[in-house]
Design a protein around this ligand. Structure first.
Ligand code: 2BA
Ligand code: 2BA
Length: 109
């Protein structure tokens, strides 16, 4: 058994949750925050048998889009702000950051 942890954008989370249910996969959704953008995202925990990994990956890929997001960097700490013009920079977010972990034991009481 494996635990798939997928960090996805909030905009994709409902679509992905519905797709996972439709395909018969069980999942838990957690509200999370990206360390870089400091904006909300959604983390899915999906416990599945090893042979289902390709299908789950396909489902995640099909339901999570890559998007460009503008970030305005904060002014440099302790530096002079007079000469610092914070230009927004574009970062590419998603479709999903996916981790696959081995599960030593799964119990359902
Ligand atoms: P955030 O940390 O808010 O990152 C949003 C996007 O900003 C990232 O998109 C990436 O394009 C950029 N970014 C993040 N950290 C950066 C850095 N140190 N320098 C330059 N650019 C940076 P994604 O890579 O698609 O990641 C989307 C979200 O997935 C992340 O939100 C984070 O919550 C999660 N994530 C991605 N990689 C991760 C990892 N290795 N471990 C844990 N969480 C991860
Ligand atoms: P349980 O199987 O007792 O699951 C309770 C909650 O535990 C689930 O909430 C989910 O958050 C988490 N969970 C269970 N198995 C998981 C796994 N393999 N990976 C990750 N998280 C897991 P819900 O998703 O709201 O499900 C509530 C109840 O609805 C479930 O109780 C189960 O009886 C049923 N159910 C859930 N998904 C189903 C599906 N795809 N097909 C049929 N029945 C489902």
């Amino acid at each position: 058994m494996k635990l798939v942890i997928a960090v996805v954008q909030d905009k994709d989370s409902n679509r992905l949750a519905n797709a996972l249910v439709k395909e018969g996969f069980r999942a838990t959704k957690l509200a999370s925050t990206g360390g870089f953008l400091k904006a909300g995202n959604t983390t899915f925990m999906i416990g599945i048998e090893d042979e289902c990994i390709p299908e789950v990956m396909k489902t995640i890929k099909a339901n999570c889009q890559v998007r460009d997001q503008l970030v305005t960097p904060v002014s440099p700490m302790g530096g002079t702000t007079d000469s610092y013009i914070p230009f927004p920079v574009e970062v590419q977010v998603g479709g999903a950051a996916v981790f696959v972990l081995p599960v030593e034991r799964f119990e359902h009481f």
